[in-house]
Design a protein around this ligand. Structure first.
Ligand SMILES: [Mn+2]
Length: 311
């Protein structure tokens, strides 16, 4: 029997009934500077008991959304390709049962394993990528498989024009050039304009969101291996991720929380709040609630019109 603390708070559904399946990919084998993201998923779960399951932003409780927490994969740290295979296999198992994966990293390379599985089911997959770093190097320290090359590898699977990056404020000249040449909406300075573009071009396609938590400003989110200043606030990340809730989200991940650099726990608390809100934004339960509320509001409007007519 597993302890209650081994699952994320409010993720109490059984696998069969779940819309989302949460799992951890605690891998930091290619981390170049400061390792520690392997502890991300377990710390997020433990710290999740410090937040409520109810979202006062959305008037919805995570416990009402059907999320199953499958625990962490047991990954062989020295074997990057095998790690990616195991993540791909796990993601495949989830999506072949018509459920949606939510992966907790781990370093950002883990996203490649999930995307490899997703493109097999969804050949027209689009990826929304929030990050401080472009992650578009062709190789890093002589390696093709690295946290610094992950979006380049993903671009070889889905096409760079189908990857929408924002929050990027660090990368080489070559990475920025590659992004801009291949993708007309790469790194627009006005984020609102970029989101509008994304909503327009991605509206008819399955979408995977990869959220590198270092897109947050390090004053808010110090717990990460490669902090980069001038980042987003939690409110901004919540607003941007909420903006995507009308898209066909087929899964998402949160990566790069590194608990050794988070002694006060504020980074884990930020990650957990964002995870709770994203699970609720994209859950069928919440969407159907909203539709019901909107239609009852329509009824009220009709009532008012009738009243005016009578007067
Ligand atoms: Mn990053």
């Amino acid at each position: 029997m597993r302890s209650e603390y081994n699952r994320f708070i409010g993720c109490n559904a059984e696998f069969e009934e779940a819309e989302y399946v949460l799992f951890g990919a605690p891998f930091d084998g290619t981390t170049s500077y400061r390792p520690g993201t392997r502890f991300g998923p377990s710390v997020m779960r433990r710290e999740s008991f410090g937040i409520e399951t109810y979202s006062p932003y959305q008037y919805c409780d995570l416990e009402d959304c059907a999320v199953f927490d499958a625990g962490d994969l047991e990954l062989p740290f020295g074997n990057t390709e095998r790690v990616l295979e195991m993540i791909e296999h796990m993601t495949s198992k989830i999506i072949t049962r018509d459920k949606k994966p939510v992966m907790l990293g781990g370093e950002h390379l883990v996203t490649l394993g999930a995307v490899r599985a997703l493109v097999k089911k969804y050949p027209d997959l689009r990826i929304i990528h929030l990050d401080a770093h472009a992650d578009l190097r062709d190789e890093y320290l002589g390696e093709k498989l690295s946290h610094a090359t992950v979006m380049r590898r993903c671009s070889e699977l889905v096409g760079m024009k189908n990857i929408y990056q924002f929050g990027i404020r660090s990368g080489t000249a070559d990475e920025f050039l590659f992004g801009r040449i291949q993708n007309p909406i790469f790194g627009l300075e006005n984020v609102d304009e970029e989101i509008e573009n994304i909503l327009f071009v991605a509206q008819d396609y399955p979408v995977y969101i990869t959220l590198d938590l270092d897109v947050l400003d390090p004053s808010i989110f110090p717990g990460t291996g490669t902090p980069e200043h001038n980042g987003f606030t939690v409110s901004e990340v919540l607003a941007y991720t909420m903006a995507f809730s009308d898209l066909n989200i087929v899964g998402f991940d949160l990566v790069e929380l590194s608990p050794p650099y988070d002694p006060s726990g504020i980074s884990a608390a930020a990650a957990n709040l964002i995870l709770r809100e994203m699970l609720i934004y994209y859950s069928q339960f919440n969407r159907s609630q909203q539709i019901a509320e909107n239609s009852s509001l329509d009824d009220i409007d009709d009532l008012e019109i009738d009243t005016e007519f009578i007067i």
